[in-house]
Ligand binder design. Structure first.
Ligand code: S3P
Length: 212
């Protein structure tokens, strides 16, 4: 089969993965934005491995939780470990990588992600985040007198940085598969220069909520 014929029979997902090469897909955004939930489903859709950076850090600490690592060694130690873990994961691509909410704030990590991955900011508003993080008490940064105020402050500090991700997808209360569809579509446009459903020669990118 010719290359052109092969590209017409390949699925949109396989074309996307082929264009990715060794690069990974990295999900960034606030706690509760759905990075792990969406990342796991996106990896299944694309048949790529899924890795959760927080889980890798816990593994590297003999199963200590993130909260225990913060409590025993402090946040700067955690951040250095997090940067190292993400650097290692990026060298092992392609994969779908969910990062912790603070990881993208480091310039060195952002640079590595830019070089070795396509990044997606899962953007969630404060109400959605609060509803989701309330269910679990395992986020050390939210053990404050007023977690809603803390979330508001973190959003204010972090959104200008998250905006530097390659793509932005609005995380909201819709079925997870819809968010995965939107991620796949945005990745397809970015990597293949065309919408996923359109035949390769008729495709025209249009007005999705995707940053250039
Ligand atoms: C953090 C987010 C957490 C975890 C740690 C710090 C942050 O990950 O890395 O508690 O700084 O926003 P999730 O975003 O997966 O909750």
């Amino acid at each position: 089969m010719s290359d052109i014929a092969a590209s017409r029979t390949a699925t949109p997902e396989s074309r996307l993965v082929a264009s990715l090469g060794d690069r990974s897909i990295v999900l960034v955004g606030m706690m509760g934005a759905g990075k792990s939930t969406i990342g796991r489903r996106l990896s299944a859709r694309l048949r790529l491995p899924f890795v959760d950076a927080d889980a890798e850090i816990e593994l590297a600490h003999a199963g200590m939780t993130i909260a225990e690592i913060f409590a025993s060694y402090g946040e700067p130690y955690f951040r250095d470990g997090e940067a190292r873990v993400i650097a290692r994961l990026l060298d092992g691509g392609p994969a779908v990588i969910a990062t912790g909410g603070g990881a993208f704030m480091r310039e060195d990590t952002r640079g590595r992600i830019r070089g070795k991955a396509v990044s997606i900011w899962l953007k969630a508003d404060a109400d959605v985040i609060m509803r989701r993080v309330k269910r679990r008490a395992d986020r050390p940064l939210l053990q404050t007198a007023d977690p809603a105020a803390t979330v508001g402050r973190l959003i204010g500090e972090r959104e200008p940085i998250y905006q530097q991700a390659d793509l932005t997808i609005l995380s909201r209360e819709v079925p997870h598969e819809k968010i995965v569809d939107e991620c796949t579509e945005a990745l397809h446009i970015r990597l293949c220069g065309e919408r996923a459903e359109a035949p390769p020669d008729k495709a025209t990118p249009d007005k999705m909520s995707v940053t250039p």
